[in-house]
Design a binder for this molecule. Structure first.
Ligand SMILES: Nc1nc2c(ncn2[C@@H]2O[C@H](COP(=O)(O)OP(=O)(O)OP(=O)(O)O)[C@@H](O)[C@H]2O)c(=O)[nH]1
Length: 282
């Protein structure tokens, strides 16, 4: 059964470069990948995509037809694609004996996928069929600012809660700046606090209060440092993905099946109530 890796991160964090490096590292390790591009607005896909959202929905014509701006058009393309996503799952299922990893690149604007209904539908469709792990890409250089570090941690926390799937935070661009400080901040609140007081603004005191809330999250989540540009840290990261896959089976899968069962039962109940109401009206 292949492991699905959903690559998410803020604009410019290096998602696409990361996906390219991930695919090439896995190939060098003798692993077979099935690659999916979910960014409808990208001009060129710089990795060998087996499925490309742009083959099904045309971003420019969606913009024109529905008179939408760039973000609205990305959301609409994802909605259209999510409605046919069961076909993508079927395609991957057919390949499951020939594939070790399914690698998914998401749109540049993180919220278009991570906070949208279509993103949730796509994630759930994959995760109820295959072991699925979210890879959150954070820009290490930007995280040097403790407020930006906290924003990234909050964002990944919100994705963890929304998707209820194992999460691996990858501090990218560690060829420019070593990521060890970020791992230390995740383990040592006092150290982060000292750094927050160096940039003492209203935002820092908010970040400080939020950091206490985040302590539990830091205990749950896996984190590592990588450079998508040089490939540094990728083999270790792939090893950690293996642990996350284990967690999916031990913790997350059972909860997901229960959640889906519960939702289906509620939908069935609502439909039969609607049926009764319509019959009474006739
Ligand atoms: N030094 C260095 N630069 C990197 C690394 N990863 C990505 N970059 C650079 O960061 C910039 C953004 O990278 P992308 O891969 O386009 O990032 P993205 O998150 O996909 O960007 P959008 O999809 O446009 O939001 C590019 O200039 C990359 O060359 C890295 O590990 N090290």
């Amino acid at each position: 059964m292949p492991t699905v890796l959903i690559v998410l991160g803020m604009a410019g964090s290096g998602k696409t470069t990361f996906v390219q490096r991930l695919i090439s590292t896995l190939a060098m390790m003798g692993k077979r990948t099935y690659n999916v591009n979910l960014d409808p607005a990208v001009l060129e896909v710089n990795f060998p995509a087996n499925i490309d959202i742009r083959d099904s929905v045309k971003y420019k014509s969606v913009m024109k037809t529905y008179k939408l701006g760039p973000n609205g058009a990305i959301l609409t393309c994802l909605n259209i694609f999510a409605a046919q996503f069961d076909q993508v799952v079927k395609l991957i299922e057919q390949k499951k004996g020939q594939v070790d990893y399914v690698v998914i690149d998401t749109p540049g604007q993180i919220e278009a996928f991570s906070q949208s209904a279509s993103g949730q539908i796509i994630t759930e469709s994959l995760a109820c069929t295959f072991p699925t792990v979210n890879l959150y890409i954070a820009d290490t250089v930007r995280c040097e600012n403790p407020n930006t570090f906290t924003s990234n941690m909050l964002y990944s926390l919100s994705i963890l809660y929304k998707s209820k799937l194992p999460m691996l935070v990858c501090f990218n661009k560690n060829d420019i700046l070593d990521h060890t400080f970020a791992l230390e901040w995740m383990q040592d609140f006092d150290l982060l606090d000292q750094n927050l007081s160096k940039v003492d603004t209203y935002l820092s005191s908010l970040s400080r209060s939020l950091s206490l809330v985040l302590e539990e999250f830091y205990r749950t989540v896996e984190a590592c440092g990588v450079s998508a540009r040089t490939g540094k840290g990728f083999e270790g990261m792939i090893e950690t993905v293996g642990r996350c896959r284990g967690e999916y089976f031990e913790v997350y899968h059972r909860e997901m099946v229960e959640r889906i069962k519960d939702r289906n039962a509620k939908e069935k109940e609502a439909l039969s109530a609607l049926d009764v109401a319509m019959k009474q009206q006739q």
